[in-house]
Design a protein around this ligand. Structure first.
Ligand code: S3P
Length: 172
């Protein structure tokens, strides 16, 4: 249903907890490509954590920085990029990614997402809330948008290696 990968940046999109960073890092290793975690790149550029940026400047400011960082990464060079869950939802950022990269949407069962986000409490959108509820609400709004990605990969419960292999097969 899609043509083989053409050497553009590979961009992983999808909800918090789906494993974009872990899968992205391993995928890059298998392809011997650089890996960039967009949230980390934003934190480096800002000298603050994502949570601090949300807290001090608000989400719209974060989204703008996110868009600029991702735009800078769209330089035509082969690499693997893990994005924060909201990046692809932003219209401008999404247009950039769809135009200049191969976008891969990772999905997983809501139980798997909830379990994974439970391991870390640094995410501003989940703080003080029921993660399962927030993720369900986000999925309802975001899934039709994520579905615009070029490739959809369902991440199974268990080791991320299976997801990496599924991606390699899909882009091969
Ligand atoms: C967000 C996801 C986070 C981070 C920020 C907002 C979102 O990234 O960018 O907290 O809107 O879904 P992860 O998907 O890596 O958790």
């Amino acid at each position: 249903s899609h043509s083989p990968w053409d050497g553009r940046p590979i961009v992983l999109v999808g909800l918090m907890g789906v494993g974009k960073s872990t899968v992205g890092r391993r995928l890059a290793g298998r392809l011997r490509l650089p890996f960039v975690d967009a949230d980390h790149a934003i934190e480096e550029a800002a000298g603050m954590t994502v949570a601090e940026i949300f807290e001090q400047f608000g989400e719209p400011y974060f989204r703008d920085g996110e868009r600029r960082v991702i735009a800078r990464l769209m330089d035509g060079k082969a690499k693997v990029i893990a994005t924060g869950g909201g990046a692809f939802v932003n219209e401008e950022t999404r247009a950039l990614i769809l135009d200049q990269a191969t976008a891969i949407w990772l999905t997983a069962h809501p139980d798997v997402l909830a379990e994974r986000v439970g391991r870390r409490d640094t995410r501003p959108l989940l703080r003080g809330k029921n993660p399962r509820q927030v993720l369900a609400d986000l999925a309802r709004v975001r899934d039709p948008i994520y579905a615009q990605a070029h490739i959809h990969i369902v991440s199974q419960r268990g080791p991320h290696e299976a997801t990496v292999t599924a991606i390699l097969r899909a882009i091969g």
